[in-house]
Design a protein. Structure first.
Ligand SMILES: CC[C@H](C(=O)O)C(=O)SCCNC(=O)CCNC(=O)[C@H](O)C(C)(C)COP(=O)(O)OP(=O)(O)OC[C@H]1O[C@@H](n2cnc3c(N)ncnc32)[C@H](O)[C@@H]1OP(=O)(O)O
Ligand SMILES: [Co+2]
Length: 137
């Protein structure tokens, strides 16, 4: 894990939360992106070298919809930047963590992503992110 890539925050209304986080951070979202496969609409903010990802559910069966029903708005996951997501997944499996996907999948912000089950990671939903380089697109 090279660094924290972003903090994911579950929100009910991304437009309203964009305004709130723009007021909080002092700058607007630098991108919005829908990830249909995850049932989410996201917006990204920079805070110095760090990123905040707001996530709104776009379907009733979205993981974000279920999370909001159960826990309400708030910090949803911590994403880490990794150099080699397949190697990191193998290392974590070997170390006894439960991966939520067999293979990496396409995430937002030009990343390959995978998730670690929070029940095996101290109650924290962990996301692994590997930057997709131009020639790989
Ligand atoms: C990919 C686009 C974008 C990106 O950055 O690129 C994203 O970040 S997308 C983010 C949304 N997608 C995901 O979260 C995918 C991974 N998540 C899942 O597969 C599920 O949400 C899962 C398995 C974590 C939970 O789903 P489940 O149906 O099992 O829901 P439960 O409510 O029954 O949860 C079981 C158990 O886990 C606890 N839980 C659930 N979510 C979280 C969380 N975010 N953080 C911590 N703990 C969580 C939940 O409370 C249950 O525990 P219990 O003690 O039984 O209450
Ligand atoms: Co994320």
């Amino acid at each position: 894990m090279r660094k924290i890539e972003h903090i994911g925050i579950a929100v009910k209304d991304i437009e309203a939360s964009n305004a709130l986080f723009e007021a909080l951070l002092g700058s607007p979202a630098y991108k919005m992106e829908e990830v249909a496969s995850e049932g989410v609409r996201t917006s990204f903010f920079k805070s110095g070298p760090n990123k905040i990802e707001l996530l709104e559910a776009t379907s009733a069966d979205s993981p974000i919809a279920k999370y909001l029903d159960k826990k309400g708005e708030g910090i949803h996951h911590i994403a880490f930047d990794v150099a080699d997501i397949e190697a990191e997944m193998a290392r974590l499996r070997e170390a006894g963590f439960t991966l939520l996907n067999e293979v990496p999948k396409r995430g937002a912000d030009n990343k390959l992503v995978a998730f670690v089950h929070p029940k095996t990671a101290g109650g924290v939903l962990v996301e692994l992110c590997q930057e997709i380089l131009e020639e790989e697109n």
